[in-house]
Design a protein around this ligand. Structure first.
Ligand code: ADP
Length: 625
């Protein structure tokens, strides 16, 4: 009743003998029999089945549950027995378990060879994968080439089941091969002459020889299997990975060659990594040495103003502990206010800055240039210019003294020339000579006055400051140039913005500045040219511009025209001058904390721009100090 409703087809026999016949005829999947049956007991029926060689799972039902019966039943191969009374669930569970066990046994009995084989193969594949995995892990974790290549050769032998493995590399200089790693205990890195390996390098193709093929190859006459693979990086052959077997012979399995290919790729990658690493390291070392041994003082900070590099010269100059200072905010390790200010300014304006930095109470001067480098931070490079400063000072002193001493004799010459003209009539030629003397003496006097002026400005004499308006100064300068303007018929226009603030300065010097600029504009502009003067103000500065349509200044000369005595070639050949006017202008602009620059095109004209701090801004700044 229970079994059909659980989905089983059930046949019933009236007694043990009938059951045995049914079992023989119909070969059921399972037999459930009572122990006590007419004609043939359960155990007798089981024994008969076994004698007939029928392995049908047998479940015995019994009310006895004696040990002797159980032992006997098990001996005859009963799969389980049910002790009465039992409930339907017991029956179904027992039946299912017995059937499951029977089928599992049948499967294992029928397919053992194939299963075993597959299992062995799977285990082998797993081992191979594991070896590959371990090798790849070592390659990525090791930077040193030697152990990596050693590992690759060992893995190659392990994976292919070969007896011996070699890794040869191509010497880039000679093109020859040398042995780099081997499972044999031989000194690595020695040249090898291996015809097969050389062939692999030349053809960039793998060589696989098995068994008899090798008999033809003299050098490998002892070997039975040989596989040589190229270590390829793009199209370049870096070396050869080879394995040799002495005992085994026959066909080399394709998948082993593939595994060897993977290892060859690993080796090529490791070689490439090592090559890149060595190159980078070498470059880094070179740069490091250059920076460290440089006489210049070099300091670098990151985007957060933390010190990332300082060379020994910088450590010495600013008293930094090379080991401790790196990584610290620059403000914590450097106490020098001028240097910190330079970093601060560059950070604020996100642009490069230059300046002079004094050390050791003013006895040393550094010329500092700070560059903002994107994604790195800021780098300051400083040169010691103490000796240049000193030279400059001595030169200026000398020039001032000499100029001063020359003045008196020149005045005397002028006076005597004057007396010559008055002391009697001169013929025409004599008058011309006297005129020439006049011109020359005046030009020397002009040069000397300029030199003396420059000396005074550089020495920082006239430091007195007063509120000064630029508008009237410009007007005066123009008035002073009227004769020249008219002589050359130059079109001059002035545009001055309204309500301009004054500046805090020295009016005499400011006039000198405007005069020199205007004088140059007129001097270097041909007749009928144009000169424009404009004055305006932005938030902090008064901006004066002097435009002209003159000869212009070649690009290569522009950085130098504010230097003393510097004149362009055209100026030297076509115009009189001392080359000091713009140096005086620059000196005055610097003294007033301003900036000056020029934009110019040859043959088209020039624009000189001067920016001077206006009084409002200057007063705020001094208040802030
Ligand atoms: P200089 O006495 O020669 O004018 P400056 O110092 O005033 O000396 O000027 C230096 C040089 O700059 C000049 O010799 C000239 O080559 C060039 N220069 C200055 N101003 C102008 C200008 N407005 N146009 C063309 N070149 C100029």
């Amino acid at each position: 009743m229970v079994l059909p409703s659980a989905g089983y087809d059930v046949l019933t026999a009236a007694n043990g003998r009938e059951g045995l016949i049914l079992a023989n005829d119909l070969r059921p999947d399972l037999i459930i029999a009572d122990h006590r049956m007419p004609e043939l007991s359960g155990l007798e029926m089981l024994a008969a089945l076994r004698t007939q060689g029928l392995d049908i799972p047998f479940i015995l039902m019994t009310a006895e549950g004696s040990e002797a019966l159980a032992v006997e039943a098990l001996r005859l191969g009963v799969r389980d027995y049910l002790i009465k009374p039992f409930d339907p669930d017991d029956l179904l569970q027992t039946l299912e378990r017995v059937l499951r066990e029977h089928w599992t046994r049948q499967i294992t009995q029928n397919l053992p060879a194939r299963l075993l084989d597959t299992n062995v193969q799977l285990e082998q594949r797993l081992r191979e994968l594991d070896t590959l995995f371990q090798t790849s892990k070592r390659i990525t974790s090791l930077l040193d080439l030697e152990p990596v290549l050693d590992q690759i050769v060992k893995s190659a032998v392990l994976l292919t089941g070969a007896d011996q493995g070699n890794l040869m590399l191509v010497d880039p200089a000679t093109g020859g091969l040398y042995l780099y790693a081997s499972t044999d205990a031989i000194t690595p890195r020695q040249p090898v002459s291996d015809r097969l390996a050389q062939q692999v390098v030349e053809t960039r193709k793998a060589l696989i020889f098995a068994g008899d093929d090798l008999l033809k190859i003299k050098t490998h006459h002892l070997a039975r299997d040989v596989v040589y693979l190229p270590l390829l990086l793009q199209d370049e052959v870096l070396g050869v990975l080879g394995v040799t077997s002495y005992q085994t012979s026959g066909k080399i399995e394709q998948h082993r060659v593939q595994l060897l290919g993977v290892l060859a790729d690993f080796a090529a990658i490791a070689l490439d990594n090592a090559r890149l690493y060595t190159a980078t390291q070498h470059e880094r070392d070179t740069l490091d040495t250059i920076l460290r041994d440089a006489e210049d003082i070099i300091l670098a900070v990151d985007a957060d103003n933390r010190l990332i590099f300082c060379n020994p010269a910088a450590s010495a100059a600013f008293g930094l502990g090379t080991d401790t200072a790196c990584g610290q905010p620059i403000g914590d390790v450097v106490e020098h206010p001028e240097l910190l200010d330079l970093f601060d300014q560059a950070g604020k304006h996100k642009s490069s800055r230059s300046g002079e930095i004094t050390l050791d109470g003013g006895s040393r001067t550094l010329n500092a240039h700070l560059t903002v480098i994107e994604r790195v931070g800021k780098v300051a490079v400083m040169q010691d210019i103490t000796h240049l400063k000193e030279l400059d000072r001595i030169k200026s002193e000398f020039v001032t003294t000499v100029s001063h001493d020359l003045r008196s004799p020149l005045t005397a010459i002028l006076a005597y020339v004057e007396l010559i003209t008055r002391s009697g009539p001169l013929n025409e030629q004599q008058q011309e000579y006297v005129r020439q003397i006049h011109v020359s003496v005046r030009s020397i006097t002009g040069l000397i006055s300029d030199l003396l002026e420059l000396g005074k400005i550089e020495a920082g004499f006239d430091q007195s400051r007063e509120l000064t308006r630029l508008e009237p100064i410009i007007q005066q300068a123009i008035d002073g140039q009227r004769p020249q303007l008219q002589k050359k018929a130059i079109d001059l226009r002035v545009s001055v913005a309204e309500h301009l603030p004054p500046l805090l300065g020295n009016p005499l010097r400011i006039r000198q500045m405007v005069n020199n600029l205007l004088e140059n504009a007129i001097k270097y502009t041909p007749e009928h040219g144009k000169v424009r003067v404009s004055l305006e103000a932005d938030a902090e500065f008064l901006v004066l511009r002097v435009f002209d349509t003159g000869i212009g200044i070649p690009k290569q000369d522009q950085p130098y025209i504010f230097d003393k005595f510097y004149r362009t070639e055209q100026a030297i050949s076509d115009f009189a001058g001392t080359g000091l006017g713009l140096s005086i202008v620059k000196g005055i602009v610097d003294q007033h904390s301003g900036r000056i620059w020029v934009e110019s095109q040859v043959g088209k004209g020039s624009v000189f721009t001067v920016m001077l701090p206006s009084y409002n801004h200057a007063s705020e700044r001094s208040a802030a100090r």
